[in-house]
Design a protein around this ligand. Structure first.
Ligand code: NAD
Ligand code: IPM
Ligand code: MN
Length: 361
């Protein structure tokens, strides 16, 4: 039976980078016989412009009926004046919630060819291989109450609520411990338990589950402010990091700089039934439409899709190897460009990865 892939390009550079990733899927379908069926739909600002809302019913239906979702990015200055409840970002958050994608895997490893592209010293970043496990459907992102209200004196106040149930913490803890078991066996749980009760509960649950069910995994705890600093000071100390939605959002963008560029970081958002795959970066309005965005994060997201949702781990490995070979050839988009390498645009990078895949399979 064919595997259905919902393709949601979104806004800004979204359509540009998704087009390059789709080329890989089309080749796997047409030349390698993978039984894939791609259907495209609107999300984010593009959906607002066409339908008035960021997550049309038809898009949600397509995603719910798909075996996997590939998403580009959503958002941009054009839609910033809109009320929060109907902004592009709500389309993405709605998908995560509706598909119950509570576990966001964001690997940050550095390709040896790119150690010089990181703003940090090569000896600091070479060999880093971190997996950020970010809880994705709870926390301050979804907590109630939320809003902006006008007080009797006419002044306004804004509020959001950080909230995690024990069950939500437990299920992400299991994902993280299992991931650590399959890697170096070290898990660092990041919280702010010195100040926030929600994360005090987080720490307690992580500790209990670790002791009861994963005694062989070395569990440590770190406050988020220290973790932000340690990621720069000595990133190689980390194997798997598990943290809540907001801290994970921030720390994964930070971790991307260890690898050279945010344009390199892929992600998988998983639940018990669905999988959605997207680069960790946004719609990059500052470079949209110029044909210079790095498509590698999105292409590597397709690799994660093949591994986690489509049961094609060999193709996932081959795509990652193809990216590596293109970097060996010295091809670089603007964000990872360095003296002595050849600067290419989005299409050229996509074509080069596909060519390397074709040559190497
Ligand atoms: P961003 O990630 O879009 O961009 C940050 C910086 O990184 C920019 O300078 C951009 O040019 C650069 N960059 C990002 N991706 C790149 C790529 N593939 N190649 C080269 N350079 C790249 O973050 P932002 O500017 O804070 O947000 C812009 C919009 O994107 C906002 O509307 C935000 O809400 C949205 N956003 C969406 C997602 C998502 O859809 N998953 C993620 C983050 C931000
Ligand atoms: C991300 C983005 C999203 C998030 C936004 C666009 C809702 O920053 O995927 O990292 O904060 O989760
Ligand atoms: Mn983010």
């Amino acid at each position: 039976m064919s595997k259905k892939i919902a393709v949601l390009p979104g806004d800004g550079i979204g359509p540009e980078i998704v087009a390059e990733a789709v080329k890989v899927l089309v080749w796997l379908r047409d030349a390698q016989g993978l039984d894939l069926e791609m259907s495209e739909a609107l999300v984010g600002g593009a959906a607002i412009d066409a339908t008035g809302g960021p997550l049309p019913e038809s898009t949600l239906k397509l995603a719910l009926e798909a075996d996997a979702v590939l998403l580009g990015a959503v958002g941009g200055p054009k839609w910033e004046p809109l009320p929060h409840a109907i902004r592009p970002e709500r389309g993405l958050l709605g998908l995560r919630k509706e598909l119950d994608l509570f576990a966001n895997l964001r690997p940050a490893s550095v390709y040896p060819q790119l150690v010089d592209a990181s703003p940090l010293k090569p000896e600091l970043v070479s060999g880093i291989d971190i997996l950020v496990v970010r809880e994705l459907t709870g926390d301050i992102y979804f907590g109630q109450p939320r809003g902006v209200e006008t007080l009797p004196d006419g002044s306004r106040r804004g509020y959001n609520t950080m909230v995690y149930s024990e069950a939500e913490i437990e299920r992400i803890a299991h994902v993280a411990f299992k991931a650590a078991q399959g890697r170096q066996g070290r898990l660092c749980s990041v919280d702010k338990a010195n100040v926030l009760e929600t994360t005090e509960l987080w720490r307690e649950v992580l500790t209990r589950i670790g002791q009861q069910e994963y005694p062989e995994v070395e569990l440590s705890h770190m406050y988020v402010d220290n973790a932000a600093m340690q990621l720069i000071r000595n990133p190689r100390q980390f194997d798997v990091i598990v943290t809540g939605n907001i801290f994970g959002d921030i720390l994964s963008d930070e971790a991307s700089q260890l690898t050279g560029s945010i344009g390199m970081l892929a992600s998988a958002s998983l639940g018990t039934k669905y999988g959605m795959y997207e680069p960790i970066h946004g719609s990059a309005p500052d470079i949209a439409g110029q044909g210079i965005a790095n498509p590698i994060a999105t292409i590597l997201s397709v690799a994660m899709m093949l591994r986690y949702s489509l049961n094609e781990p060999v193709w996932a490995d081959r795509i990652e190897a193809a990216v590596s070979r293109v970097l060996d050839q010295g091809l670089r988009t603007a964000d990872i460009h360095a003296p002595g390498t050849r600067r290419v645009g989005t299409h050229e990078m996509g074509d080069a990865v596909l060519a390397a895949l074709q040559a190497g399979q």
